[in-house]
Design a protein around this ligand. Sequence first.
Ligand SMILES: NC(=O)c1ccc[n+]([C@@H]2O[C@H](COP(=O)([O-])OP(=O)(O)OC[C@H]3O[C@@H](n4cnc5c(N)ncnc54)[C@H](O)[C@@H]3O)[C@@H](O)[C@H]2O)c1
Length: 303
Amino acid sequence: MSVTVLGAGSIGVSFAILFACRGFDVAVYDPFEDALPRAADDLRERLKQLDLTDPAVAEARVRFTAQLDDALAGATFVQECAPERVDLKQELLAHAAARTAEDVPLASASSAIVPSRLAEGLDASVAKRILVGHPGNPPYLLPVIEVVPSTVTAESITRRVTEIYRSAGLRPVLVRREVEGFLFNRLQGALLREAYCLVRDGVAGVDDIDEVVRSGLGLRWSFIGPFETADLNTRGGIESHAAKMGPAYERMGAERGQHDPWTPDLIAEVTGQRRALLDLDDWDERVRWRDRQLIRMRAPNAV
Ligand SMILES: NC(=O)c1ccc[n+]([C@@H]2O[C@H](COP(=O)([O-])OP(=O)(O)OC[C@H]3O[C@@H](n4cnc5c(N)ncnc54)[C@H](O)[C@@H]3O)[C@@H](O)[C@H]2O)c1
């Protein structure tokens, strides 16, 4: 497996570390000559920090080049990590398509540009190879990656990219529709928007809001998501949670000019998906499991 990373900035270097640590050969391209030694130093330092038995082995799997065609020679997967500009990314992707085999997937790390926009104006044979593979930062420490195909991305390409990411130790999540911010930044944005409002309204200071996440929400969220949290917070599961807490959350949303009620159909959908994951008969055991996770990570001053 030979991965070409386009762009040797913070995400490009992080992807190189991820793939190299999993035994892939990696070629990293950056058009700026001075970016390459900086990236090589950055890669070495980050590898050292990882406490690997032999960081030199991973380091030796990565080569840096300022020649695009050299970087693309023999690539079986392309991960584009260039600056967040449509024109620049399009040009790179089109070039990468022309210099690689026609079944080689072209994934962009773009945080905000949807894949249809990246594929706009490109030949259909190229467009079908393009999707977004949006990582957390840095991808070698945060395993989630959002896989976002456009409406014209070939299913075989989406499947292949998902397999490649899995084999690199990532946990791919499929984003079924192209929405701005995908999942990661939309969820992050919802919390951050509210946090800003709370500071603006003098409800709490910045560090106290961070404390609520550090010492509360974030501890649970490090191993279960918001849906499972709600499911385990109320006996009877998420359906019961929605009946009890739904109206209060609705009022809080309305205060911010939001009107997205949890309709009976929506609650039924969410409940159905949760019950497929956790039968209510197993709910007590799962609550005990949640508590065991919290005990393992409890703060020194907790009981
Ligand atoms: N930083 C984050 O937290 C984060 C998280 C997820 C996704 N992303 C996305 O990843 C991409 C890269 O972000 P970053 O933070 O690594 O940016 P960065 O500015 O650190 O790195 C970009 C690199 O691309 C190089 N570059 C410039 N022109 C180029 C070209 N024509 N071809 C190839 N490389 C070129 C630059 O020299 C630089 O080394 C962006 O699309 C960004 O939205 C960033």
